[in-house]
Design a protein around this ligand. Sequence first.
Ligand code: F6P
Length: 327
Amino acid sequence: MAKKIKNIGVFTSGGDAPGMNACIRAIVRTGIYEGANMFGIYRGYDGMIDGEITPMDSKSVSNIIQRGGTILKSARSERFMTQAGRKKAAAQLRKHKIDGIVAIGGNGTFTGAEIFLKEHHIPFIGIPGTIDNDLYGTDFTLGFDTAVNTAMQAIDKIRDTADSHNRLFFIEVMGRDAGFIATWSGLASGAEAILVPETKTYMEDLIQKLETGWKRQKTSSIIIVAEGDDAGGAYEIAKKVKEKFSHYEIKVSILGHMQRGGSPTCFDRVLGGRLGAAAVQALLQGRQNEMAGMVNGKVKFTPFSKAIRHKLEIQKDLLALGDILAS
Ligand code: F6P
């Protein structure tokens, strides 16, 4: 039988995402409720290597549920990718007698955890935290709902100008490898086209679409471009369109990191609370090497190996719906 875990560490890693603080609060308070000692590890794997570890009590997570970012700070660690870095991290955890970890992050975080576990045998449970929503094993990642609502509100505001001045706007949203933010924010704001990295962008099709809209007397248009689209970023695509389609005045807007910050939505706070509590309980029950995700409204655990190696498919049905509704 697995040894009972007494001291649990929590950290955030990779890009920060709204709802991480609500999740940290749930992890710390559930752990204390279950009788464990709780520790915060600052700056992700880098802070673990450098021993930036402090005890957390119930009060240390007061008044953070509504805050964006992460009180534990975050980082993408190059050093943890080396065996020497991981060895130092393990020594720091042992120094604090930490015998279980909850890691909030994305693919890179779980990849590191999987290797670490094989080398140092300290149990990990992961929680999907990224605005990109690109993790297999969960319907929604922490931060995605807030990010798409932020993007949608910004697009709505830009549409006012597009409409008032009869302009064509290319709006770039985040998503280096994934088009979920583009798909959802584009669908919710009635975009004329949504361009994502997962599907090939054909410039002729885009121009054809714009021509059709123009003939139907559309006086303004919004095209949403995920930053990682294969045809380039919003500036590059706008330039290509301008060469062939001069009917509109063309403008570009890059939403950027505003999508990562801000107070989490109700959905992300509740998601953070449920996954945080489930992750701690799972650790205490002897589970390890798994990600706690939300599938069809229920907490579901997926092995890291599966979460990392499988790619979550972009929702092509939503992209098709966007096309129909914009026609
Ligand atoms: O993974 C989340 C994300 O916001 C991506 O959508 C984006 O491409 C990337 O992080 C940006 O990372 P950074 O803040 O390190 O530039």
